[in-house]
Ligand binder design. Structure first.
Ligand SMILES: *Cc1c(COP(=O)(O)O)cnc(C)c1O
Length: 396
């Protein structure tokens, strides 16, 4: 082991495996490790670095706000928090009744949404919460209760109760929605499960059935939000209006922030004293998110995600590798389906060839590059990914 690996092994909690490299610097869609090796970053900190690394707008916002006012507590309000709440309501299309709650991560956003679901109880009559098999909602006890991955949950049970996991089919919705359901949680593209899309018409059916039974439709946009899929939020592709969305990852561009946006009557469920967060909505995080989302708007990066995503898909398929059987996903959240369970080998080979992607499961490579990528990055991706695929194919 190298020196940093030994230090990691000695002092960092064993909840994570050994990291792939020690990074020291980033710029645009590139990062460098401590040995000076350069990598094309097509993971972007798992769909977080929307503007890439060290973007001048990000740097300026962090610096300016840190030098002005960084944190005040929830006893005081600041202009960046108000502006971000108004911006998120506008981008989500939540209209006149839209409201926002701020936390610091995706898991916290889903905790707030879970508590929102409990508040939709119709005097105790709604005891059920529905979520989807294989969906990921976070690692805290509440968000883990929503997460449909038994191997993540097992060691931590009992988890908060009442959550049932359904297969992602419209039939399962029809069979399970009733007047005892408080909320249905949906991950619109299951990122951690391997970039798996919902069936055609699923969100529309979910909206119709939750409406009919008075259940909340809560969409987890933590990975899909902030323009990544070619709309500001993935539910917008389906033209539906949810009752709440959870956001985090890409909206801060690398600065920790999360939250929920509520729509319609869901905006009135929380009352004074029922939820809070010390750091949530602080002026530093909200100023940075405003700057990041403002730059995504100004530079047309939602459209860029759609256009570059389609090009990236074509490039992957155009490589003609016998290992690649298809590409799933939308915009710049894509999963390359492999013919063999060699995703880890491909991801390792990519890294060795100067490309960061990740193995979302045994047979899927996930790509979530920064929204700023252009022709140069696509050309380089092509070359490096082709080499990685060829080197793994040669061993089979
Ligand atoms: C990453 C992720 C989360 C958890 O976010 P954290 O910031 O890691 O707590 C929740 N839901 C989805 C869909 C995610 O991709």
């Amino acid at each position: 082991m190298s020196d940093w690996q030994q230090r990691f092994d000695r002092r960092i909690m064993r909840s994570m495996g050994m990291p792939l490299a020690k990074l020291v610097r980033g710029e645009g869609a590139r990062v460098w490790d401590d040995a000076g090796n350069e990598y094309l970053d097509f993971l972007a900190g798992i769909a977080v670095n929307s503007l890439g690394h060290a973007h001048p707008v990000f740097v300026e916002a962090v610096s300016r706000q840190a030098a002005t006012l960084a944190h005040v507590s929830n006893y005081f309000m600041t202009e960046p928090a108000l502006e971000l709440a108004e911006r998120l309501v506008r981008l989500a299309g939540a209209g006149d009744q839209g409201r926002v709650w701020f936390g610091n991560s995706g898991a916290e956003a889903n905790e707030a949404a879970f508590k929102l679901a409990r508040l939709n109880n119709s005097g105790g009559a709604r005891t059920r919460v529905l979520a989807l098999v294989d969906a990921f909602h976070g690692r805290t006890m509440g968000s883990l209760a929503l997460t449909g991955k038994p191997h993540m949950r097992q060691a931590f049970e009992p988890l908060p109760g009442g959550v049932e996991h359904l297969p992602s089919t419209i039939q399962a919705l029809e069979a399970n929605l009733d007047d005892a359901v408080a909320a249905l949680f949906v991950e619109p593209i299951k990122g951690e499960a391997g970039v798996v899309e919902l069936p055609e018409g699923y969100l529309e059916a979910a909206r119709e059935l939750t409406h009919r039974h008075g259940a909340l439709l809560i969409v987890d946009e933590v990975q899909t939000g902030a323009g990544r899929t070619g709309e500001w939020f993935a539910y917008q592709h389906a033209g539906i209006t949810p009752d709440a969305i959870a956001v985090a990852k890409g909206i801060g561009g690398g600065f920790p922030i999360g939250g929920i946006v509520t729509f319609g009557h869901a905006s009135e469920l929380y009352s004074k004293g029922q939820h809070g967060s010390t750091f949530g909505g602080n002026p530093l995080a909200t100023a940075v998110a405003n700057a990041v989302l403002g730059e995504i708007e100004r530079a047309g990066l939602v459209d860029n995600a759609a256009v570059r995503g389609a090009q990236l898909r074509d490039r992957v398929l155009g490589l003609g590798s016998p290992l690649v059987t298809g590409v799933r996903g939308r915009g710049l959240l894509l999963g390359v389906a492999l013919a063999e369970p060699v995703a880890q080998q491909v991801s390792d080979a990519a890294l060795a060839n100067g490309l960061i992607v990740n193995a979302a499961n045994d047979a899927t490579i996930r790509m979530a590059p920064p929204l700023i990528i252009g022709d140069a990055e696509l050309d380089e991706f092509d070359e490096r990914f082709a080499r990685a695929l060829d080197s793994v194919a040669a061993t089979l």
